[in-house]
Ligand binder design. Structure first.
Ligand SMILES: Nc1nc2c(c(=O)[nH]1)N=C([C@H](O)[C@H](O)COP(=O)(O)OP(=O)(O)OP(=O)(O)O)CN2
Ligand SMILES: [Zn+2]
Length: 149
């Protein structure tokens, strides 16, 4: 019987995707400084309520890379956990996104923009080209994906 067939990948060629999930709580108000008060009400509806509302966000951080043939890892998930703490938990958990996070002073705190913020923060901490996807569950029904495009 043939073994080591030409089409088999050697261990060093294999690409893996690993994901860590992190939850955090924050409040926000959807509001754009580029729109009038009336336009804000029209576009964002109940989410433009001046006193805001809260979410228990769930973020899935996925990295993609070669599975190291020696360690068996794309990256150590314990290191990813540390980076998530720095990029997500410290700046965002139990915060008012619009008032406590300088990035959102002039940027609407939509989940799309939140995903971009988390992507940019994590990309600075991870080795180049490792970050693959940020998926945020804003509610059980509203889910946003950002891949750095
Ligand atoms: N493109 C986007 N649209 C909306 C965003 C967003 O981030 N990006 N965010 C909101 C609100 O922040 C909001 O909190 C979502 O509320 P809602 O639609 O009520 O949430 P659910 O779908 O889970 O509520 P149900 O009433 O159970 O359907 C709005 N739009
Ligand atoms: Zn909201």
């Amino acid at each position: 019987m043939e073994t080591g067939h030409c089409c088999e990948k050697s261990a060093k060629e294999r690409t893996g995707y690993i994901t860590r999930v992190q939850s955090f709580s924050a409040c926000h108000r959807l509001h754009s400084k580029s729109l009038s008060e009336e336009e804000n009400k029209e576009v964002y509806g109940k989410c433009n309520n001046p006193n805001g509302h809260g979410h228990n966000y769930k973020v899935e951080v996925t990295v993609r890379g070669k599975i190291d043939p020696i360690t068996g890892m794309v990256m150590n998930l314990t290191d990813l956990k540390r980076h998530i703490e720095e990029a997500i938990m410290i700046p965002l958990d139990h915060k008012n996104l619009d008032k406590d996070v300088p990035h959102f002073e002039n940027v609407a705190s939509t989940t799309e923009n939140l995903a971009v913020f988390i992507w940019d923060s994590l990309a600075k901490l991870l080795p180049p080209n490792l970050l693959y996807e940020i998926k945020i569950h804003e509610t059980e029904k509203n889910i946003v994906v950002y891949r750095g495009e």
